[in-house]
Design a protein. Structure first.
Lengths: 411, 603
């Protein structure tokens, strides 16, 4: 390998070719690696890009699945995307992950079929692709510059890190390609055109909302892991795991040490080495990694640790992380003649979308009989954002029906 | 001609003329390319440690230090020390984080006197944590590929791995002794370093201070500082030679690799021959629209206000400190040396300057502003006689998205004219910012107020544009990686009027020639008027016609129509489907071909 590289370097210096001619092999090397961006590769990357509101998104299937950031579509009533050919497509929100800042949209199938359209889409990178130092390409709509001409912005840089935990991003990569407000949800590619992640945050030395060489992207591993959960969320939420109850950690000289094992299965004094295959390098990293997985009942996470000098492993059972915020259903109640009646249903609320209407008499909520407003509160005392709420009502027409709505985040 | 002067790093040993060094570098490169294999990016993680975070709530994360010896000797800068350790009397140990997350105690061994260098010794430093080979900081030239490696926003402390960023050496100069301290959020002092630096367009952020600036082979060239030149606002680093000399450290210096000579940058430097620097009289300016007076320049001044006042003051002044102050000269491109014609960004004339002085390494030459095209941010200047620079020839070769470019900027620091250069790619071709026939090149090279009016150069040394319109919509775009440039075609189209002394305040609209408001009929826009002499009038469109589709795009909003039209040029014909309502004959949908024209914007 090296002889080839050196030969290339030699040729470049002698013949005065561009630095770009060196690249092509996306190796983790410090030799000049200016991206070689063929027109075909650029066009393929651009074709995967979509404008989403004030931000960006990326197509991940030929039939129109679009991944973007949750914060791009949050609080948007009508979400449509625009491909770079200027065509606007209506979409359906399949699911969101407010904790991991991921949202999954689906381009309206009727519109797609009517246009006889199969989309160019990006394929997810795998863990071994996320190598620090490799050249990367970011595509987005910084400062809304493409709103007027349908031309996205392409910038280049390198991957500054492997998989990291940074702030509320629990499985992310960092890049130095210029990324600015409007890039959110847009793709970060390697030079094979693989999707390394979606750009979602920047860090700034000055506090101004401009790039200073730090772009954080939700990485492809987390995107790929959450994709099936988002597809099944029916417009609701995918949940994250979190730390076992009572588990407490601290940073020691030799690493992260368990100070209180709680229900984790570890013991006080154990020193963590890896969690889910990722290094347990700090308390923040451990907390983040344990919170980075999609939750379903029975989710476990492999944890390697050192106890009395011996390395051991554990499949740690992880509970779910509540989605922050107050649950919202969009119903208000009143009592009349011993009945609990829907006094008002907010437009475009979970209740409205489930077909509930003002005047419906509430019979049961989550199987609990409803006899008063107090009983409504009791029935919903333990519910969280993202929980299903099963509501049985008797309509004005006398029909009894049971619907299930997903509790949203109260805006 | 604007000479490329040797960098004024008087304290860097044995600096020869730049061209000589470049030549030496290239020759050495051929040898070293064979002798020195490039390092793995993972190797860069070795030998970089995180400094502890202090108790000051303003410190977001600790800085960095670089281990240069297997016995645990490390070097850093005082700006990487937690606030409490900045008192030279404080010798308490520091808890540093090694790559991978392990921690060790470190002691301050020595503090520099001519720089802000600090020597540390890390107790029990494991060989497995590695060290960084020291390079020769006398070799680097503008355009060399470099990497920053450090505890960026706490990367090592949190993730056990430093963050990397790749860029070039974009400038070589001294941070002047009277420059103000660099401050971050809430007025926190980030750096008070003054002296010789390498400027880089690689990412430098909180946590990088004291960390490594490596060459392409992983050799330590400099320690990263958060110090900045006011008019550049790009990161800098203190040459390692100065650090080691100041600390009295002898290290086996590795001859630096010649791969640093970036061929693109070398080619781009050729463009410097047609650049000029002009000092304009400006009472207020770009980035300083209120004409806010300059903040105190006393290096050691500490504002004696309470915290709230300081916060408010610095919030404002830090923003203002990013301005391009009114006494800074502006770049210009000579387009006809014989006729004494130059162009620059109109933004450089804020305050309505009519005259300027071309400064260089010889006598100043007066020039006058001939005319300005304000929407294009383009100004034409003229001198009485011929100019010594060469005339720029703008390339007519097609450019493409993703193509590598350099932004080549003349810079005057410490009374010497130099060249600075940032690297990037073309981010978008044909960027439309308004509904006009005029398009911009969008580039990702870091652009700031010192580079407005500079040359955008392609990988063959051809000038393909002039940096302009730094902040198109009032966003804070300095060094954001989003910058605009006018290409040769746009400049050529504007020159005739400019040469005739005609100032342009607004550009004609590119369109069909209809006026619209937000009135909708059946979800489609209604024409409120047709402008005589336009394509719409010729095609027979009338007021109250309801646009259905324009070039196949449903006419649901003015923005949708504008986007459809901006894919075309003047003279193109686009199909327009419209509904004409007639109470007698009934509603009728028809399609016509409308030729796009330019016309004066309607009030």
């Amino acid at each position: 390998m090296i002889p080839h590289r050196l030969l290339l370097l030699h040729l470049v210096l002698v013949l005065g070719l561009t630095a770009g001619a060196l690249a092509g092999a996306a190796e983790p090397s410090m030799a000049p690696q200016s991206p070689t961006l063929s027109t075909a590769l650029i066009n393929r990357m651009l074709a995967c890009y979509v404008f989403v509101g004030g931000g960006s998104g990326v197509l991940v299937s030929g039939d129109g699945l679009v991944v973007t950031n949750n914060h791009v579509i949050d609080n948007e009533d009508d979400i449509s995307v625009r491909t770079i050919d200027g065509v606007t497509w209506p979409t359906t929100l399949l699911g969101t992950d407010p904790v991991g800042d991921i949202a999954l949209l689906k381009i309206d199938e009727t519109a797609r079929m009517a246009a006889h359209r199969t989309f160019t889409y990006a394929e997810f990178a795998v863990d071994s692709d996320l190598v620090p130092g490799i050249p990367v390409v970011a595509i987005g709509n910084p400062f809304g510059l493409g709103d007027f001409d349908d031309i996205p912005t392409l910038t280049t840089g390198i991957l500054s890190s492997g998989r990291i935990v940074r702030g509320d991003y629990t499985d992310a990569v960092q890049a130095d390609a210029p990324v600015n407000p409007g890039n959110s949800g847009g793709p970060l590619f390697d030079l094979q055109g693989r999707l390394l992640g979606i750009n979602g945050q920047i860090r700034s030395l000055t506090g101004f909302r401009i790039n200073s060489g730090i772009a954080l992207a939700v990485d492809a591993i987390q995107l790929h892991a959450f994709l099936p959960y988002l597809q099944q969320a029916k417009g609701g939420y995918a949940r994250h795991t979190t730390l076992p109850d009572g588990l407490e950690l601290k940073q020691g000289l030799s690493g992260v040490v368990v100070t209180s094992p709680g229900t984790s299965g570890l013991e006080r004094g154990d020193v963590l080495s890896t969690i889910n295959g990722r290094p347990a390098s700090s308390v923040a990293a451990c907390t983040g990694i344990l919170s980075s997985l999609p939750f379903q009942a029975g989710t476990t996470c492999p944890v390697a640790y050192s106890r009395h000098g011996a390395t051991q492993t554990l499949a740690m059972a992880l509970p779910h992380l509540p989605i922050p915020g107050l649950p919202y259903h969009g119903m208000s109640f009143t009592e009349d003649s011993g009945l609990t009646i829907l006094d008002h249903v907010d437009g475009d609320s979970p209740a409205a979308r489930a077909g509930l209407e003002a005047g419906d008499v509430v019979v049961k909520i989550n199987a609990a009989p409803i006899s008063s407003k107090i009983s409504v509160l009791r029935a919903m005392i333990a519910v969280e954002v993202g929980d299903p709420l099963q509501v049985t009502v008797r309509t004005r027409g006398g029909e009894t029906k049971t619907v299930t709505l997903i509790l949203a985040q109260h805006s | 001609m604007l000479a490329i002067m040797p960098p004024p790093i008087s304290r860097v040993a044995a600096l020869g003329p730049v061209l000589r060094r470049r030549l030496v570098g290239m020759v050495a490169g051929l040898v070293l390319a064979v002798a020195s294999a490039p390092l793995s990016a993972m190797d860069m993680h070795n030998g970089i440690v995180a400094m502890p975070i202090g108790d000051d709530e303003l410190e977001a994360c600790g800085g960095s230090a670089v281990v240069i010896s297997a016995d645990g000797t490390a070097v850093t800068l005082s700006e990487a020390l937690p606030a409490a350790y900045k008192d030279p009397a404080d010798t308490a140990p520091l808890l540093v984080t090694l790559p991978g997350g392990a921690r060790r105690w470190a002691h301050i061994v020595k503090r520099g006197t001519t720089t802000t260098a600090i020597e540390l010794h890390i107790d029990g430093y494991p060989a497995s944590a590695g060290m960084v080979p020291v390079g020769d900081a006398t070799v680097p030239v503008i355009g060399c590929e470099v990497w920053t490696v450090g505890n960026t926003t706490g990367a090592i402390a949190d993730d056990g791995q430093p963050a990397l960023s790749r860029g070039t050496i974009s400038g070589v100069y001294d941070l002047p002794a009277d420059a103000p301290v660099v401050r971050g959020r809430m007025g926190r002092i980030l750096s008070d370093y003054r002296g010789p630096v390498y400027e880089t367009d690689a990412g430098i952020n909180d946590g990088n201070q004291g960390g490594a600036l490596l060459d392409a082979h992983g050799h330590l060239l400099a320690l990263v500082s958060l110090g900045q030149a006011r008019e550049r606002r790009l990161g800098t680093a203190v040459p390692i030679n100065l650090v080691l000399d100041d600390l009295g450290l002898k290290s086996a210096r590795v001859p630096s690799a010649a791969a640093m000579v970036d061929t693109l940058a070398t080619v781009a430097l050729k463009a410097a021959g047609c650049l000029a620097l002009i000092r304009f009289e400006r009472v207020s300016g770009l980035g300083n629209p209120q004409g806010v007076p300059r903040p105190p320049r006393t290096v050691t001044e500490t504002p004696k206000y309470d915290r709230d006042q300081v916060t408010a003051w610095w919030d404002m002044y830090y923003a203002q400190s990013q301005v391009f102050y009114t006494d800074q000269p502006a770049p210009a491109i000579v387009i006809d040396a014989k006729a004494g014609l130059l162009i620059t960004a109109a933004g450089n004339l804020h305050g309505g300057a009519k005259h300027g002085l071309i400064i260089g390494n010889g006598p100043a030459v007066p020039c006058e502003v001939v005319a300005v095209n304000e929407p294009l941010d383009l100004a034409l200047l003229r001198t009485q006689g011929a100019l010594p620079q060469s005339s720029a020839v703008f390339s007519t070769q097609p450019v493409h998205t993703g193509q590598e470019i350099e932004l080549v900027t003349p810079l005057r620091i410490n009374d010497a004219v130099q060249v600075a250069m940032t690297h990037g790619v073309i981010s978008a071709v044909g960027r439309r910012l308004k509904q006009t026939a005029h398009a911009w090149l969008q580039i990702s090279a870091r652009a700031n107020y010192s580079s407005l009016g500079s040359a955008v150069v392609d990988d063959s040394g051809r000038i393909i544009g002039m940096s302009a319109l730094l902040s198109p919509e009032g966003e804070w775009l300095i060094n954001s990686g989003v910058a605009m440039a006018l290409d040769g075609n746009e400049i050529a189209r504007a020159l005739d009027k400019l040469k005739a002394g005609i100032t342009t305040e607004r550009l004609p609209v590119l369109g069909m020639g209809v006026t619209l408001n937000e009135e909708l009929s059946g979800g489609r826009l209604v024409i409120t008027g047709v402008i005589p002499g336009t394509g719409a009038a010729a095609a027979g469109l009338r007021g109250k016609d309801v646009l259905q589709k324009v070039d196949g795009v449903p006419a649901t909003s003015q923005a949708a129509i504008a986007r459809a039209l901006l894919k075309h040029q003047v003279g193109d014909k686009v199909p327009v489907e419209y509904l004409r309502k007639d109470p007698v004959l009934g509603d009728k949908t028809a399609v016509c071909q409308v030729e796009l024209t330019e016309f004066e914007p309607q009030q």
